[in-house]
Design a protein. Structure first.
Length: 400
């Protein structure tokens, strides 16, 4: 019959192949769900939500600017309100970087920034290089944009560093960008100045861009933190520097992030013009949080002081307990909210994490979640409330 369509073989034929993920819970997630359903006590050493970690927020300073009468007017601005971008530029000025608000694009999240930049740079099937170990979100964001993720290794030798030979070997004609996380999650190491310069040169030579995620930049455990990639210092390659108030202000629920576009003037101008069209098509960022941004950034220091005190206290407690457990150690950490434990690799990290959950009542992240090269790694959150952290680490180390 003319115009007749064959029936669908299955429901999945209705959906794009890019969404054919394995949606079943993995063994650790299943075990965690069972544990929570049982009502048994749980010490969560994977916590990453600062609003659930017992920090004190200045509610007046946060809530008052959200009541600005200006939010009743709709004034679409693809890059975000100029006053909000000025506030972002002022944040970088405190770090010694002079930025033009015209180089700043506001979005609801760094995930949205990644989506915009992938769309800006990549045709379907193009490649983005991401570090390993690192946060597992990149692969999902890339797949949604029909982009292929290729990993380049970070190696540990008295601290973390980029394996530049492996990175160079991973470059192909389809490589569109290299992602750097500064400091990296979960390893907590900063990209050193010499590495930053070499990364910029390699990207420029390959005709690609550098994408730098700096959401944990303010949380340096040393007395002096590392410099931001934002600004004129890294202008040899087209560079997108990402951050936002989720970590900086401990306000993930407020949904505001940004990217700073840098690089040689001509290519930077082309990138900004095209990125503006993408941003204009979405106009996703709401007015209240944009009007409130100067105040939200202004009150970040109080929260950051609390977080830094928690990070240092928990790290010191971890080191104290490790002194009596010679079979375990921690890897060097320079910043961020996590620590990596090195433990005996007598079983898979997933098996170990499940055992710790079922026998000790402690939730930890296995290293394979972050693409560690082998077994014997556990990742724990340093923003866990102190008493729970102390108890949880005691239980973890008692297993060895």
């Amino acid at each position: 019959m003319a115009g007749r369509r064959e029936p669908l073989d299955s429901i999945k034929n209705m959906f794009a192949s890019r969404t054919e993920w394995n949606l079943a819970l993995n063994r650790l997630s299943e075990a965690l769900a069972r544990h929570r359903a049982s009502g048994r006590w749980l010490i969560d050493l994977t916590v990453s939500n600062p609003t659930q970690c017992g920090f004190t927020y200045d509610s007046d300073a946060i809530l008052a600017p959200l009541a600005n009468p200006a939010v009743l007017a709709y004034e679409p601005e693809p890059q975000g309100f100029f006053s909000a971008r000025e506030a972002v530029a002022a944040y970088y000025a405190e770090r010694g970087a002079t930025l033009n608000p015209a180089d700043i694009f506001l979005t609801v999240s760094t995930s949205e920034v990644y989506s915009f930049v992938f769309r800006l740079l990549c045709n379907p099937g193009d490649e983005i290089l991401v570090p390993a170990p690192s946060y597992p979100l990149f692969e999902f964001l890339a797949e949604i944009q029909d982009v292929k993720v290729v990993r380049y290794p970070l190696v540990y030798d008295h601290g973390w560093q980029v394996d530049f030979q492996a990175l160079e070997d991973a470059l192909t004609p389809r490589t569109r960008a290299v992602i750097v996380v500064h400091p990296n999650n979960p390893t907590g190491h900063f990209c050193k100045a010499a590495e930053a310069a070499k990364l910029g040169q390699m990207c420029a030579a390959a005709g690609g861009a550098l994408i730098v995620d700096e959401v944990f930049l303010d949380f340096a455990l040393a007395q002096t933190g590392a410099a931001s990639f934002a600004g004129a210092a890294n202008s040899v390659a087209l560079t997108f520097t990402l951050s936002g108030i989720s970590k900086i202000c401990g306000l993930p629920q407020m949904k505001l992030a940004w990217t700073v576009v840098g690089g040689p003037p001509e290519i930077k101008g082309q990138a900004k013009a095209r990125l503006e069209v993408i941003a204009d098509a979405y106009l996703s960022l709401n007015a209240p949080v944009q009007h409130a941004l100067p105040a939200l950034l202004g009150q970040r220091h109080s929260l950051q002081q609390q977080v830094m005190a928690r990070l240092r206290k928990n790290l010191a407690e971890l080191d104290r307990q490790l002194t009596s457990k010679k079979s375990c150690s921690r890897l060097a950490v320079e910043g961020g909210w996590n620590a990596v434990l090195r433990v005996p690799a007598t079983r898979s990290d997933e098996d170990l994490a499940i055992e710790l959950l079922e026998t000790k009542g402690v939730a930890v992240h296995p290293g394979h979640l972050y693409d560690f090269a082998g077994d014997g790694y556990l990742v724990v959150s340093l923003i866990t409330p102190e008493a729970a952290f102390t108890d949880g680490i005691e239980r973890v180390l008692a297993a060895f």
